[in-house]
Write a protein that binds this ligand. Structure first.
Ligand code: SF4
Length: 328
């Protein structure tokens, strides 16, 4: 495998709330390789979006990165000043957000919003070249050049999301974060937008982290999946391994709850609810919902271990396995 373009190492993120400290991300580590598509899945509150926002240093409010490192091709992003990080955003790492409407400026034409990205990074093309460059960018994401002269309210949801993809790739970043980029779109448009994202990612040779909970979308789009539960990465493996032979009991239940035609009318959910991260359970955070829990599960947090080549699992059921410090 080539050298990782992004390394997340032992990331800890806390939210200070009136009710107490919420440990939203608890020691998450993974690598992302050039050209790779990695999915981060999990229930709401599992820490997947918080992890993505930390990578691009866009966490807000009471969120604080307590510990860890985020290394982007030799640059520890957590050590950068705000100005240095502003220069890295869009240029080396960019984000396609969840709600395009909230991220586009409603009173600016698309042309001006793309122009701003070039200007903020000192890469504004000559006046004679700018319109052509923006037209080319819009064409790459399947939009007509005329979209440049429009305001966001004149565009459909799918078109707005394509504009966000165009903005995300304007400076050809190495890493693109996509946080549930199609959650507000109908399934046909969803597929078109994901195809667009996949095509431009391949053209750029960029790596993508897709955050979401739609396992069908993950199956079609990503190479590897990281399963998050209660702020921890509990399994990290190829998409084939996750779907054909999931190892962690939570992943097994997650895959088992995907509806299929054979099991029509039989709805299988995961019993219980995700734990409060204000006061998480001792030991393995999944133990109150796990049918395979045994003695050590309530006492010790299972570390992420390599149980088979390139397959990492955090579960006491897999004690006698090879162990490395940092998941590949
Ligand atoms: Fe279940 Fe124990 Fe494994 Fe946690 S560590 S998933 S409780 S068997």
């Amino acid at each position: 495998m080539n050298a990782p373009v992004l390394q997340v190492d032992s990331l800890h993120i806390h939210y200070q709330t009136l009710a107490g400290m919420v440990k939203a991300v608890n020691g998450v580590s993974f690598n992302l390789y050039k050209g790779e598509r990695l999915g981060l899945v999990g229930e709401s509150g599992s820490g997947k979006s918080t992890t993505a926002l930390a990578i691009i240093r866009m966490l807000e409010g009471p969120a604080r990165i307590i510990d860890g490192a985020i290394n982007l091709s030799g640059t520890n992003l957590l050590a950068l000043s705000d100005d240095e990080m502003r220069a890295v955003r869009f240029d080396r790492v960019s984000m396609v957000p969840q709600g395009a409407m909230n991220s586009l400026n409603p009173v600016m034409r698309i042309r001006e919003q793309i122009r701003d990205i070039y200007e903020a990074h000192g890469k504004l093309p000559k006046r004679s070249e700018l319109d052509g460059k923006i037209a080319h960018l819009l064409t790459r994401v399947g939009l007509k050049p005329e979209v440049a002269g429009m305001f966001p309210h004149e565009l459909s949801g799918g078109m707005k999301q394509r504009v966000c993809i165009a903005m995300a790739i304007a400076l050809q970043p190495q890493v693109i974060l996509a946080d549930e980029p199609t959650s507000a779109l109908d399934v046909v448009v969803q597929r078109q937008v994901m195809e667009t994202l996949g095509n431009v990612q391949q053209e750029l040779g960029a790596a993508v982290i897709l955050v979401g909970h739609d396992m069908g979308l993950m199956a079609q789009f990503v190479d590897r999946i990281g399963v998050m539960y209660a702020g921890r990465l509990v399994e990290l493996a190829s998409v084939e391994q996750i779907f054909k032979a999931p190892q962690h009991p939570y992943t097994q239940q997650l895959i088992g709850s995907i509806p299929n035609l054979e099991q029509k009318k039989l709805f299988k959910g995961i019993p219980g609810t995700a734990p409060s991260l204000l006061d998480p359970p001792s030991g393995c955070p999944f133990h109150p919902r796990c049918s395979e829990a045994f003695e050590p599960c309530t006492l010790d947090v299972p570390p992420l271990r390599e149980t088979a080549p390139s397959c990492w699992v955090a579960c006491h059921l897999y004690e006698k396995v090879v162990s490395h410090d940092h998941p590949a």
